[in-house]
Design a protein around this ligand. Sequence first.
Ligand code: AMP
Ligand code: MG
Length: 304
Amino acid sequence: MKILSPSPRLPVPQSPLPQSTIKIMAYAHKITGAHPINLNDIDPEDDQGLDREEGEERLRALSEELTQLQELLYAASDHSVLVVLQGRDTSGKDGTIRAVMGPLNALGCSVASFKVPTAKELAHDFLWRIHQHTPGLGEIIIFNRSHYEDVLVVRVHKLVPEKVWRARYDHINHFEKLLTDHKTIILKFYLHISKKEQEERLLEREQEPEKYWKLSVTDWNEREYWNDYTRAYEDAINRCSTPHAPWFIVPANKKWFRNLAVAETIVNALRPYKNEWRKKLEVTGKEEKARIEEYRRQLKVSKK
Ligand code: AMP
Ligand code: MG
C-alpha cells in the first residue's frame, strides 16, 4: 500500500461527553499491521489544514481531558498505560513529554529513558532492562526510546549479528502481548521529521547557548545513516504493529501539530475506559462507605 490516509473520523458511541468533544479526529496515522507502510508516503509537514493557534487551543482542551482521565486511571487502578516515544535525533521526544505529559499528576506518571546499555544490561536479554520500567496498575509510564532501539541502532550499526536482531521482532510482539494481557494499554509513537527539518534543528542548537547541552557530534554522524534508519523503522513498525499494540506515525515537522496528535491519540485510547473506571470507583466507594458505617456502629455499641 502506498497512499496512506489517517483513520476515518468516527463518532464514539454512547459517550456521556458533550458532542463537541466526542469526535475521533485521528491526526496521527494508526498502523495496525494489516498493510505495510512506507515512511516516504507520509508527509512530515502535514498539519491537516489547522493553524498553530487553533492547534494549541485544541491541545489545551485535550490536556484538560487527559488530566481527568489520568485521575480516573489512577483511582480505579484497573489498567496501566505505556507510551513509547521513538524518533530520530531532534524529532522532539523531550518536547513531546514536556508539552503533553507535563500537565499530568507526577504521582502516577513518570518517564523512563533508555540510553546505550551498561555492561550489566548487556549481560542480560534485551528486554531485561525494559521490563523493570513497565507501568503498574494505575500508572502511566513514558518510554523515551525503548526496546525498539534493539532493532534500530543495533541493526544499523551491526552491534549484534543479523540473526539475533531479526529474532527480536517476535520477542517484542510476545512481550507486548504479555503486557496487554496484563491490562497495559500500549501506544507507540514514531515522531516523523524530514531530513531537512533535522538539519535545521541541529544547526539551531548551535546558535542557542541554552541548547548547547544537547549538542552531540553523534547526531551528525547518525544522519549519514538516514536511509538505513528509515528501513529499520519501517521494518519495526510493519513487523510490530498489532491491534493490541499499534504504532502511530506522527507528522512532526511542526511541533505544535506533533503535540496535538500525540495528545489526541492518548485521549482517544483512554476515553472508552472512562465509564468502566467510574463504575469500579463507585463500587469500591460504596464498599468502603459500608465499612466506615459499620465501624461507626461498632464504636457506638462499644461506648454504651
Ligand atoms: P539520547 O536519547 O540523545 O540521550 O541518546 C541515547 C543514545 O543511546 C542514542 O544514541 C541511542 O541510539 C542509544 N541507545 C539506546 N538504546 C540503545 C541500545 N539498546 N543499544 C545501543 N544504543 C542504544
Ligand atoms: Mg541525542
